[in-house]
Design a protein around this ligand. Structure first.
Ligand SMILES: Nc1ncnc2c1ncn2[C@@H]1O[C@H](COP(=O)(O)OP(=O)(O)OP(=O)(O)O)[C@@H](O)[C@H]1O
Length: 308
Protein backbone atom coordinates (compact mmCIF):
# COMPACT_ATOMS: atom_id res chain seq x y z
CA UNK A 1 0.00 0.00 0.00
CA UNK A 2 1.22 3.51 -0.74
CA UNK A 3 1.18 5.63 2.37
CA UNK A 4 4.16 8.01 2.24
CA UNK A 5 7.20 8.85 0.20
CA UNK A 6 10.10 6.48 0.71
CA UNK A 7 12.66 8.85 -0.82
CA UNK A 8 12.64 12.64 -0.93
CA UNK A 9 15.46 14.32 -2.78
CA UNK A 10 15.33 18.11 -2.70
CA UNK A 11 17.46 20.53 -4.74
CA UNK A 12 20.36 18.06 -4.71
CA UNK A 13 23.73 19.24 -6.02
CA UNK A 14 26.76 16.96 -6.36
CA UNK A 15 30.02 18.03 -7.97
CA UNK A 16 33.12 16.07 -8.90
CA UNK A 17 35.79 18.78 -9.12
CA UNK A 18 34.64 21.19 -11.81
CA UNK A 19 31.99 18.76 -13.07
CA UNK A 20 28.46 19.28 -11.74
CA UNK A 21 26.97 15.78 -11.96
CA UNK A 22 23.71 16.61 -10.17
CA UNK A 23 22.43 20.13 -10.53
CA UNK A 24 19.51 20.98 -8.25
CA UNK A 25 17.63 17.71 -8.68
CA UNK A 26 14.40 17.03 -6.80
CA UNK A 27 12.43 13.80 -6.86
CA UNK A 28 10.01 11.84 -4.73
CA UNK A 29 9.64 8.07 -4.62
CA UNK A 30 6.29 6.74 -3.43
CA UNK A 31 6.48 3.97 -0.85
CA UNK A 32 5.50 0.51 -1.97
CA UNK A 33 5.86 1.02 -5.71
CA UNK A 34 8.49 0.66 -8.41
CA UNK A 35 10.13 3.88 -9.55
CA UNK A 36 12.36 3.83 -12.63
CA UNK A 37 15.00 6.53 -12.94
CA UNK A 38 15.84 7.03 -16.60
CA UNK A 39 18.32 9.30 -18.31
CA UNK A 40 21.07 9.37 -20.94
CA UNK A 41 24.62 8.30 -20.04
CA UNK A 42 26.14 10.74 -17.56
CA UNK A 43 22.77 12.30 -16.62
CA UNK A 44 23.45 11.86 -12.90
CA UNK A 45 21.36 8.79 -12.09
CA UNK A 46 24.03 6.74 -10.34
CA UNK A 47 25.30 9.77 -8.44
CA UNK A 48 21.78 10.54 -7.19
CA UNK A 49 21.21 6.92 -6.16
CA UNK A 50 24.60 6.78 -4.44
CA UNK A 51 23.71 9.89 -2.42
CA UNK A 52 20.48 8.15 -1.36
CA UNK A 53 22.45 5.04 -0.40
CA UNK A 54 24.75 7.14 1.77
CA UNK A 55 27.84 6.52 -0.38
CA UNK A 56 28.21 10.16 -1.40
CA UNK A 57 27.65 13.41 0.48
CA UNK A 58 25.60 16.09 -1.22
CA UNK A 59 27.30 19.43 -1.90
CA UNK A 60 23.93 21.10 -1.48
CA UNK A 61 20.33 20.03 -1.03
CA UNK A 62 19.03 17.07 0.91
CA UNK A 63 18.14 13.42 0.57
CA UNK A 64 15.81 11.66 3.02
CA UNK A 65 15.40 7.91 2.70
CA UNK A 66 12.72 6.19 4.79
CA UNK A 67 12.66 9.46 6.72
CA UNK A 68 16.40 9.29 7.53
CA UNK A 69 19.50 11.18 6.42
CA UNK A 70 21.59 8.57 4.55
CA UNK A 71 24.89 10.08 5.70
CA UNK A 72 24.32 10.99 9.34
CA UNK A 73 21.78 8.24 10.04
CA UNK A 74 23.34 5.59 7.80
CA UNK A 75 23.70 3.06 10.62
CA UNK A 76 19.93 3.08 11.16
CA UNK A 77 19.14 3.14 7.47
CA UNK A 78 21.43 0.39 6.15
CA UNK A 79 19.62 -2.58 7.76
CA UNK A 80 16.39 -1.38 6.13
CA UNK A 81 17.61 -1.00 2.53
CA UNK A 82 19.08 -3.26 -0.13
CA UNK A 83 21.62 -1.99 -2.62
CA UNK A 84 22.71 -3.37 -5.97
CA UNK A 85 25.55 -1.27 -7.33
CA UNK A 86 26.21 -0.89 -11.03
CA UNK A 87 29.41 -2.89 -10.57
CA UNK A 88 31.57 -4.10 -7.75
CA UNK A 89 30.63 -4.03 -4.10
CA UNK A 90 31.59 -7.69 -3.76
CA UNK A 91 34.97 -9.03 -2.62
CA UNK A 92 36.44 -10.52 -5.85
CA UNK A 93 37.91 -13.63 -4.22
CA UNK A 94 34.80 -14.65 -2.26
CA UNK A 95 32.78 -17.61 -3.47
CA UNK A 96 29.28 -16.74 -4.65
CA UNK A 97 27.32 -18.84 -2.17
CA UNK A 98 29.60 -17.94 0.72
CA UNK A 99 29.10 -14.25 -0.05
CA UNK A 100 25.32 -14.57 -0.18
CA UNK A 101 25.20 -16.56 3.08
CA UNK A 102 27.50 -14.05 4.75
CA UNK A 103 25.22 -11.17 3.65
CA UNK A 104 22.12 -13.07 4.81
CA UNK A 105 23.78 -13.57 8.19
CA UNK A 106 23.93 -9.81 8.69
CA UNK A 107 20.13 -9.51 8.79
CA UNK A 108 17.62 -10.46 11.47
CA UNK A 109 15.15 -12.28 9.19
CA UNK A 110 16.79 -13.04 5.84
CA UNK A 111 15.31 -14.88 2.88
CA UNK A 112 16.67 -18.43 2.62
CA UNK A 113 19.76 -18.03 0.38
CA UNK A 114 19.01 -21.40 -1.31
CA UNK A 115 15.68 -20.04 -2.49
CA UNK A 116 17.36 -17.03 -4.09
CA UNK A 117 20.12 -19.18 -5.58
CA UNK A 118 17.49 -21.29 -7.31
CA UNK A 119 15.27 -18.35 -8.30
CA UNK A 120 18.18 -16.55 -9.94
CA UNK A 121 19.75 -19.63 -11.53
CA UNK A 122 22.95 -19.46 -9.51
CA UNK A 123 23.08 -23.18 -8.56
CA UNK A 124 26.14 -23.93 -10.65
CA UNK A 125 28.05 -20.87 -9.42
CA UNK A 126 28.00 -21.50 -5.68
CA UNK A 127 31.65 -22.49 -5.31
CA UNK A 128 33.01 -20.11 -7.93
CA UNK A 129 34.94 -17.01 -6.90
CA UNK A 130 33.07 -13.79 -7.67
CA UNK A 131 35.73 -12.58 -10.10
CA UNK A 132 35.40 -15.78 -12.15
CA UNK A 133 31.62 -15.47 -12.58
CA UNK A 134 30.32 -14.21 -15.91
CA UNK A 135 29.05 -10.63 -16.02
CA UNK A 136 25.45 -11.83 -15.91
CA UNK A 137 26.13 -14.19 -13.00
CA UNK A 138 27.80 -11.35 -11.07
CA UNK A 139 24.71 -9.20 -11.69
CA UNK A 140 22.39 -11.93 -10.43
CA UNK A 141 24.49 -12.50 -7.33
CA UNK A 142 24.49 -8.74 -6.62
CA UNK A 143 20.69 -8.74 -6.97
CA UNK A 144 20.37 -11.69 -4.58
CA UNK A 145 22.58 -9.87 -2.07
CA UNK A 146 20.44 -6.73 -2.38
CA UNK A 147 17.21 -8.52 -1.52
CA UNK A 148 18.32 -11.30 0.85
CA UNK A 149 17.82 -9.12 3.94
CA UNK A 150 14.13 -8.46 3.18
CA UNK A 151 14.70 -4.72 2.79
CA UNK A 152 11.86 -2.19 2.89
CA UNK A 153 13.49 -0.36 0.00
CA UNK A 154 15.89 -1.59 -2.69
CA UNK A 155 18.06 0.45 -5.02
CA UNK A 156 18.89 -1.47 -8.19
CA UNK A 157 21.34 0.32 -10.48
CA UNK A 158 20.89 -1.13 -13.97
CA UNK A 159 19.87 -4.56 -12.65
CA UNK A 160 19.45 -6.16 -16.06
CA UNK A 161 22.37 -4.62 -17.96
CA UNK A 162 24.13 -7.44 -19.78
CA UNK A 163 21.65 -10.14 -18.76
CA UNK A 164 20.35 -12.75 -21.18
CA UNK A 165 16.57 -12.74 -21.80
CA UNK A 166 15.94 -15.58 -19.30
CA UNK A 167 17.81 -13.79 -16.52
CA UNK A 168 16.12 -10.50 -17.42
CA UNK A 169 12.68 -12.08 -17.07
CA UNK A 170 13.68 -13.76 -13.79
CA UNK A 171 14.80 -10.34 -12.54
CA UNK A 172 11.55 -8.72 -13.65
CA UNK A 173 9.57 -11.44 -11.84
CA UNK A 174 11.58 -10.83 -8.69
CA UNK A 175 10.96 -7.07 -8.88
CA UNK A 176 7.22 -7.67 -9.35
CA UNK A 177 7.23 -9.96 -6.34
CA UNK A 178 9.03 -7.36 -4.23
CA UNK A 179 6.36 -4.86 -5.23
CA UNK A 180 3.59 -7.30 -4.30
CA UNK A 181 5.27 -7.73 -0.92
CA UNK A 182 5.10 -3.95 -0.41
CA UNK A 183 8.82 -3.32 -0.96
CA UNK A 184 9.74 0.00 -2.55
CA UNK A 185 11.99 -0.47 -5.57
CA UNK A 186 14.08 2.27 -7.16
CA UNK A 187 15.82 1.13 -10.31
CA UNK A 188 17.80 2.74 -13.07
CA UNK A 189 17.70 1.33 -16.55
CA UNK A 190 18.44 2.15 -20.16
CA UNK A 191 15.76 -0.30 -21.30
CA UNK A 192 12.57 1.65 -21.84
CA UNK A 193 10.60 -1.58 -22.16
CA UNK A 194 11.80 -2.54 -18.70
CA UNK A 195 10.49 0.73 -17.28
CA UNK A 196 7.17 0.26 -19.11
CA UNK A 197 6.88 -3.30 -17.79
CA UNK A 198 7.81 -2.64 -14.18
CA UNK A 199 7.47 0.97 -13.16
CA UNK A 200 4.55 2.63 -11.41
CA UNK A 201 6.42 5.91 -11.69
CA UNK A 202 9.18 7.16 -13.95
CA UNK A 203 11.62 10.01 -13.37
CA UNK A 204 13.59 11.18 -16.39
CA UNK A 205 16.87 12.90 -15.54
CA UNK A 206 19.01 14.94 -17.90
CA UNK A 207 21.91 17.26 -17.16
CA UNK A 208 21.64 16.53 -13.44
CA UNK A 209 17.99 17.59 -13.16
CA UNK A 210 14.66 15.77 -13.22
CA UNK A 211 12.99 16.88 -16.45
CA UNK A 212 9.83 14.73 -16.37
CA UNK A 213 7.95 12.56 -13.90
CA UNK A 214 4.79 10.50 -14.06
CA UNK A 215 3.52 7.00 -14.65
CA UNK A 216 4.55 5.47 -18.00
CA UNK A 217 0.94 5.95 -19.17
CA UNK A 218 0.90 9.63 -18.16
CA UNK A 219 4.22 10.33 -19.84
CA UNK A 220 3.15 8.61 -23.06
CA UNK A 221 -0.18 10.42 -23.05
CA UNK A 222 1.03 13.88 -22.01
CA UNK A 223 0.74 16.32 -24.92
CA UNK A 224 0.82 13.27 -27.09
CA UNK A 225 0.41 13.05 -30.76
CA UNK A 226 -0.48 9.56 -31.82
CA UNK A 227 -0.65 8.02 -35.23
CA UNK A 228 -3.41 6.26 -37.11
CA UNK A 229 -2.47 4.14 -40.12
CA UNK A 230 -4.62 2.35 -42.64
CA UNK A 231 -4.52 1.09 -46.20
CA UNK A 232 -7.16 1.71 -48.86
CA UNK A 233 -7.34 2.41 -52.56
CA UNK A 234 -4.61 4.76 -53.78
CA UNK A 235 -5.22 8.48 -54.34
CA UNK A 236 -7.83 9.21 -51.65
CA UNK A 237 -8.84 12.88 -51.39
CA UNK A 238 -6.92 13.77 -48.21
CA UNK A 239 -8.01 17.42 -48.36
CA UNK A 240 -11.60 16.26 -48.01
CA UNK A 241 -10.63 13.90 -45.16
CA UNK A 242 -8.69 16.64 -43.34
CA UNK A 243 -11.71 18.97 -43.64
CA UNK A 244 -13.59 16.51 -41.44
CA UNK A 245 -10.80 16.35 -38.82
CA UNK A 246 -9.51 18.80 -36.18
CA UNK A 247 -7.39 21.63 -37.60
CA UNK A 248 -4.01 20.39 -36.30
CA UNK A 249 -4.32 16.91 -37.84
CA UNK A 250 -1.87 15.91 -40.56
CA UNK A 251 -2.55 13.24 -43.19
CA UNK A 252 -0.21 11.74 -45.76
CA UNK A 253 -0.22 8.97 -48.36
CA UNK A 254 3.13 7.38 -47.59
CA UNK A 255 3.10 5.02 -50.55
CA UNK A 256 0.23 4.30 -52.95
CA UNK A 257 -2.72 3.23 -50.79
CA UNK A 258 -0.88 3.51 -47.45
CA UNK A 259 -2.09 6.36 -45.23
CA UNK A 260 -0.87 7.95 -42.03
CA UNK A 261 -2.82 10.42 -39.90
CA UNK A 262 -1.04 12.23 -37.09
CA UNK A 263 -2.71 14.23 -34.37
CA UNK A 264 -4.70 13.77 -31.21
CA UNK A 265 -5.95 10.28 -32.01
CA UNK A 266 -8.97 9.76 -29.76
CA UNK A 267 -12.16 7.74 -30.23
CA UNK A 268 -13.82 10.73 -31.92
CA UNK A 269 -11.06 11.01 -34.53
CA UNK A 270 -11.26 7.27 -35.17
CA UNK A 271 -15.04 7.51 -35.65
CA UNK A 272 -14.67 10.48 -38.02
CA UNK A 273 -12.09 8.68 -40.17
CA UNK A 274 -14.11 5.47 -40.44
CA UNK A 275 -17.28 7.43 -41.15
CA UNK A 276 -15.50 9.45 -43.89
CA UNK A 277 -14.25 6.15 -45.35
CA UNK A 278 -17.81 4.75 -45.29
CA UNK A 279 -19.15 7.82 -47.10
CA UNK A 280 -16.45 7.46 -49.78
CA UNK A 281 -16.78 3.70 -50.24
CA UNK A 282 -13.33 3.02 -48.77
CA UNK A 283 -12.55 -0.07 -46.68
CA UNK A 284 -9.80 1.04 -44.25
CA UNK A 285 -7.72 -2.15 -44.04
CA UNK A 286 -5.02 -2.68 -41.41
CA UNK A 287 -6.43 0.20 -39.39
CA UNK A 288 -4.10 0.63 -36.44
CA UNK A 289 -3.56 3.22 -33.73
CA UNK A 290 0.09 3.56 -32.82
CA UNK A 291 0.68 4.99 -29.40
CA UNK A 292 3.85 6.74 -28.34
CA UNK A 293 6.16 4.49 -26.40
CA UNK A 294 8.25 5.53 -23.44
CA UNK A 295 11.24 5.42 -25.79
CA UNK A 296 9.56 7.98 -28.10
CA UNK A 297 8.91 10.24 -25.11
CA UNK A 298 12.43 9.76 -23.78
CA UNK A 299 13.99 10.71 -27.12
CA UNK A 300 11.66 13.69 -27.52
CA UNK A 301 12.65 14.99 -24.09
CA UNK A 302 16.37 14.22 -24.14
CA UNK A 303 17.15 14.50 -27.85
CA UNK A 304 18.85 12.06 -30.19
CA UNK A 305 22.43 13.24 -29.98
CA UNK A 306 24.97 11.08 -28.17
CA UNK A 307 26.10 12.25 -24.74
CA UNK A 308 29.79 12.84 -24.09
N1 LIG B 1 33.79 9.60 -9.27
C1 LIG B 1 33.63 10.49 -10.24
N2 LIG B 1 34.58 11.42 -10.51
C2 LIG B 1 34.41 12.32 -11.48
N3 LIG B 1 33.32 12.41 -12.28
C3 LIG B 1 32.35 11.51 -12.06
C4 LIG B 1 32.43 10.51 -11.04
N4 LIG B 1 31.30 9.76 -11.07
C5 LIG B 1 30.55 10.28 -12.06
N5 LIG B 1 31.17 11.33 -12.65
C6 LIG B 1 30.62 12.16 -13.74
O1 LIG B 1 29.38 12.68 -13.30
C7 LIG B 1 28.41 12.64 -14.34
C8 LIG B 1 27.21 11.83 -13.89
O2 LIG B 1 27.61 10.48 -13.74
P1 LIG B 1 26.59 9.34 -13.27
O3 LIG B 1 27.39 8.09 -13.17
O4 LIG B 1 25.88 9.79 -12.07
O5 LIG B 1 25.61 9.29 -14.51
P2 LIG B 1 24.56 8.17 -14.95
O6 LIG B 1 23.32 8.89 -15.32
O7 LIG B 1 24.44 7.12 -13.91
O8 LIG B 1 25.24 7.59 -16.26
P3 LIG B 1 25.20 6.09 -16.93
O9 LIG B 1 23.86 5.94 -17.53
O10 LIG B 1 26.25 6.19 -17.97
O11 LIG B 1 25.48 5.10 -15.85
C9 LIG B 1 29.14 12.07 -15.55
O12 LIG B 1 29.56 13.15 -16.36
C10 LIG B 1 30.31 11.33 -14.97
O13 LIG B 1 31.39 11.35 -15.86
Amino acid sequence: MRYESAVEVTSLVKRYGAKTAVDGLSLTVAAGGVTAVLGPNGAGKTTTIEVCEGYRRPDAGTARVLGLDPVTEGARLRPRIGVMLQSGGVYPGARAEEMLRHTAGMYADPVDPDVLIERLGLQSCGRTAYRRLSGGQQQRLALAMAVVGRPELVFLDEPTAGLDPQARHATWDLVRELRTDGVTVVLTTHFMEEAEQLADDVVIIDGGRAIATGSPEELCRGGAENTLRFTGRPGLDLVSLLNALPADTVAAELSPGSYRIEGRVDPQLLATVTSWCAQHGVMPDHLAVERRTLEDVFLELTGRELRA
